[in-house]
Design a protein around this ligand. Structure first.
Ligand code: UTP
Length: 298
């Protein structure tokens, strides 16, 4: 199938991040760090690896730290250069964006993820685009969005990243109603936002990576508030399940961490800390000792 190359990605970062209060009173959630890199850096790296060239952020009040993060820092760079710290200069390179590659649009009120994506409609135009939620961090041998771009080249239409969840967890996710199950790729015939376990059509949940057709933006144009009083992206994608191009789910290969929740953030911190060659072994023995001490104290 001939599909158009995906070169634009939307990063909705206008949410309030209430689960991380008080930290998020002044720090955008996306700037919180896993080891030494902010959440947003993981999402940007993943998008770059998938061939994204234009990065569109949907922001809100209080997110200026996020915008500053992508600016060049001439004083810092020159100080590092003078002191011969080339390794640190190299690390900083990942944080810089080419002029014009990054754009910000504002969501005036947090009216939901669907509304946030709709706010970027003029920058997206009439082409398929990716959406990445930076609070979903995915550790994978091949970056998740890259897996999706490759699968999308076969299927066309809309594609969502999907993973199995336990029945008790369906009410925290958009859940897929599966039409045809092709193993890694499933054809979707419906989607339900946050169903109770007894109402869930499957246990295949949508997580924060999407490839969407511009038709989803048209659907969002006339969208009403759905579950939770927000404009749901899931509802606008679900409308496409009956279309000619269709909706697909990809069972991606990788480990997803929900860094929008405290437990997910802690799990990711431990996993990413353990995987660092420079101190992973030391961190592992610290964790073992701490666990042993906790056990002894009980
Ligand atoms: P969440 O559901 O995690 O909401 O949004 P949140 O506000 O970030 O966090 P909590 O639940 O209050 O702790 C998922 C993604 O959608 C974005 C968020 O920034 C996050 O990346 N979002 C959500 C928006 O950009 N605008 C919205 O109106 C809602």
């Amino acid at each position: 199938m001939k599909t158009r190359k995906i070169t634009k990605a939307v990063f909705p970062v206008a949410g309030l991040g209430t689960r991380f209060l008080p930290a998020t009173k002044s720090i955008p959630k996306e700037i919180m760090t896993l080891v030494d890199r902010p959440l947003i850096q993981y999402a940007i790296d993943e998008a770059r690896a998938a061939g994204i060239k234009e990065f569109i952020f949907v922001t809100s009040r209080g997110k200026s730290a996020l915008e500053d993060y992508f600016d060049h820092a001439p004083e810092l760079e020159s100080a590092l250069r003078k002191s011969g710290k080339d390794d640190l200069l190299e690390i900083l390179k990942d944080t810089n964006m080419d002029s014009g590659a990054i754009a910000y649009v504002r969501q005036n009120r947090p009216m939901g993820l669907g509304h946030a994506v709709w706010c970027a409609r003029r920058l997206i135009g009439n082409e398929p685009f990716a959406v990445l939620l930076p609070d979903d961090v995915i550790a994978a041998e091949r970056p998740c969005l890259q897996q999706m771009v490759e699968a999308h080249a076969e299927t066309g239409g809309c594609m969502v990243a999907a993973m199995e969840v336990t029945p008790a967890r369906t009410s925290s996710y958009g859940i897929l109603d599966i039409g045809e199950d092709g193993g890694a790729i499933v054809k979707v015939k419906g989607m339900v936002e946050k169903p109770k376990p007894q109402d869930a059509p499957s246990n295949l949940a949508v997580i924060g990576r999407y490839i969407l057709t511009p038709k989803v933006l048209t659907n969002l144009n006339r969208m009403k508030q759905g579950a939770g009083g927000e404009i749901q992206l899931t509802d606008a994608i679900a409308e496409e399940t009956g279309s000619k191009s269709g909706v697909y789910g990809l069972r991606f290969r990788g480990q997803r961490y929900d860094c929008g929740s405290k437990i997910g953030f802690l799990q990711a911190t431990v996993a990413f800390g353990l995987s660092r060659p420079e101190f992973g072994a030391e961190f592992a023995s610290f964790l073992q000792e701490t666990m042993a001490m906790q056990k002894a104290a009980q």
